[in-house]
Design a binder for this molecule. Structure first.
Ligand code: WT7
Length: 654
């Protein structure tokens, strides 16, 4: 299909529903033989061991897998270091001059870092961390912008065996504090500031506020962004200047030999309760899984590709598909600090053209925004370097898929719609671009060696075409090993719903061709712009405001974000439902959690729809918010509540 601007995306969608891999793509693909699915299926342990063998181990494993449900250990007895896979072995093989990152700051400042530069930088940071007394097993919290120093610090922690935990720099001081305390971090690494949509974000001020009450933290290492960032920066008694500590360090640092099952990092994600879960991953299995999937799903050719994953390293996508997977493969990447529409809506396409990006990975929420901003922005740039596109984070609507395929991919690039989670660590359901016929809106099939099933309500398997709860019925190397400090919650959250199977929290259907269509979360978790938010967490933040007596939160459909939080709030007596108070309450949520969680709307209501036993009926609130016919209301204690709410909601609509 050629790029024909006269054709609307809708007619294109009508014309074609299945996109076989282009023969030219298959001819050069890392995976082109459909037989690899059977191969992996026949002996999945041998399949994964084959990938592990492509890494450099200090000591080879004795056993591939020990599966004592729900606990898995991979590559038992094996020893390696994750930073060595990402750096030393490329440099040792004579590829130190290859560019690791083309960095572009939002104001337009640029830096080029080769693999040798990254190795030297990582060693300096590692030596700096050691000088601060940080060693194996210590926790280090990173609250940093999207700059090469973030990737360096991640790899430096891995190098000395310290457990790192990156907190996305959009989270509030309160969220940051909770995470620092939960993991008992000894060190926080941050920056004085960074650029976002032409404004400076003062990260250091957030850290300073978060640190009140964090007694475990001994030092704060502060990197300076430069380029006009003039926040106060370091100055406190715990603060250490990066330029004073790190820059003078020697550029060599022997890597710690880590057990395959030693913890590599902790990353927090929202669950169904108010408290985020500290998901932890280990060295050997995580690296094997991200290495293999980067290689086959993104078809990486380190000698020619320029890969750009637009995620922030603060999320799992950035951990797995900026730092570990692509760097273990030794590919060149683009890293961009800022917003996609700064200074203009074509910033991404300008960067694709400038750096000749060949493989591009982004989220449906971004694609929908690009569609809205207009076709003229990508059309103005030469995007002919692109050969493969990817998407992640939420179900992609077929219109956005086809737009992406036509307007960005010029009709020639396969699209990999990759389903996975913080917990899975690696891509789990996805096309292989040289093999799989893709279907707009479907993540297609499990990666080789991965086993997915659909279960019904009672845990019976749904065979063939049908719908149900998506489950994973076989361990995989990059799977989470647990929840930091709460092992009972690990079992309860993921392994108790269905016997012996991992339950990710998503519903899915499978078509007659065996393609999976992810339908979204079936728990009290919403997906806002590809990020997970818990309704409970937002409810707790709402009731934390002094004017709020009771609150219920739901995720409603949102054109750009996929879903957006909407709060229904009962005010305490004595408070008037003014627009100012409404704004203040919404800001309160942003202050407690982060901007991402700010409710799209807050509706003041004298009552909430509840069952006779007092349970809030969120399903009905959703019907109200989405303007749908109300579902079954017979179990409501007071059916009159809803009519009032509906009227209130509709006045807010205008
Ligand atoms: C949840 C995981 C994996 C990195 C980004 C989010 C949803 C993710 C897809 C996709 C449909 C998807 C699921 C999943 N999700 N990718 N390709 N199609 N839904 O990581 O914050 O751990 O969220 O995102 O609901 O459970 P996360």
């Amino acid at each position: 299909m050629s790029q024909d601007p006269a054709k609307t995306i809708h007619t294109l969608l009508e014309e074609k529903r299945s996109f076989p891999p282009p023969p030219e793509f298959t001819a050069q693909a890392n995976a082109s033989d459909p037989g690899i699915y059977d191969l992996a299926e026949r002996d999945f342990e041998a399949w994964w061991a084959g990938w592990a063998e492509k890494l450099d181990w200090d000591r080879k494993w004795d056993r591939v897998l020990e599966w004592d449900p729900p606990r898995a250990k991979w590559f038992l007895g094996g020893r390696l270091n994750a930073s060595v896979q990402c750096l030393d072995r490329h440099v040792a093989a004579g590829r130190g001059d290859r560019v690791a990152f083309h960095f572009e700051g939002e104001p337009g400042d640029t830096r080029t870092l080769t693999y040798a530069d990254m190795l030297a930088g990582v060693c300096r940071v590692a030596n700096g961390l050691k000088a601060l007394g940080i060693g194996k097993g210590d926790r280090v919290t990173l609250y940093m912008p999207m700059v090469p120093e973030l990737a360096m610090t991640v790899l430096a922690c891995a190098r000395i065996g310290a457990i790192f935990s990156v907190v996305f720099a959009g989270f509030s001081a309160v969220s940051l504090r909770d995470r620092i305390q939960d993991q008992g971090a000894r060190l926080v690494v941050t920056a004085d500031g960074c650029w976002r949509r032409g404004k400076v974000l003062d990260l250091k001020a957030v850290v300073d506020e978060a640190l009140r009450g964090c007694d475990t933290v001994e030092k704060v290492l502060v990197w300076r962004r430069g380029e006009g960032v003039t926040t106060a920066g370091p100055g406190g008694p715990k603060d250490v200047e990066w330029s004073e500590l790190v820059d003078p360090q020697p550029a060599e640092c022997p890597p710690e030999s880590m057990d395959a099952e030693d913890v590599l990092f902790i990353l927090y994600t929202s669950g169904t309760t108010g408290k985020p879960k500290g998901i932890y991953h280990t060295h050997g299995g995580y690296l094997t899984g991200t290495y293999a999937t980067s290689n086959l799903v993104f078809d990486l050719k380190p000698d020619r590709d320029v890969f750009w994953c637009t995620a922030d390293i603060g999320w799992i996508t950035g951990h797995s598909y900026i730092v570990f997977g692509p760097m273990a493969n030794g590919v060149t990447q683009v890293m961009y600090e800022g917003a996609p529409n700064h200074p203009a809506p074509d910033r991404f396409w300008e960067l694709v053209e400038k750096y000749r990006v060949s493989v591009f990975y982004t989220a449906p929420t971004a694609i929908r925004a690009f569609m809205k901003w207009g076709d003229e922005h990508p059309a103005r740039h030469d995007l002919s370097s692109l050969r493969l596109l990817g998407t992640v984070g939420e179900p992609i609507n077929p219109e956005a898929w086809v737009w992406y395929h036509e307007r960005i991919g010029g009709g020639r690039c396969p699209i990999v719609d990759t389903w996975w989670q913080t917990e899975t660590g690696m891509i789990m359901i996805t096309p292989l671009p040289g093999i799989t016929a893709t279907v707009p809106g479907s993540a297609t099939r499990p990666f080789p060696g991965v086993q997915a099933r659909l279960f019904d309500d009672r845990g019976r398997e749904v065979e063939g075409a049908g719908g149900g709860y998506l489950v994973l019925t076989r361990p995989w190397p990059a799977m989470l090993r647990g929840i930091w400090g709460d092992e009972a919650r690990y079992e309860a959250t993921y392994w108790s719903r269905f016997d012996g199977a991992y339950f990710p929290g998503d519903g899915a259907k499978r078509d007659a061709e065996g393609n999976y269509w992810i339908l979204g979360r079936v728990d009290d978790v919403m997906n806002v712009s590809g990020h997970r938010l818990s309704t409970m967490e937002i409810e707790s933040a709402l009731v934390d405001h002094h004017a709020v007596a009771e609150a219920a939160v739901i995720g409603v459909h949102h054109e750009l974000k996929g879903q957006a939080p909407v709060g229904f709030v009962i005010l305490r007596s004595g408070f008037e439902p003014t627009p100012e108070l409404n704004e203040e309450i919404r800001n309160h949520v942003a202050e407690l959690i982060g901007g991402l969680a700010r409710p799209e709307k807050v509706i003041f209501t004298p009552e909430l729809p509840k069952t006779r036993s007092g349970k809030i009926m969120r399903r009905l609130l959703r019907d109200v918010a989405e303007g749908k016919a109300l579902g079954d209301t017979t179990t409501l204690a007071d059916p009159g509540v809803l009519a009032g709410l509906k009227a209130e909601y509709e006045t807010k609509e205008g």
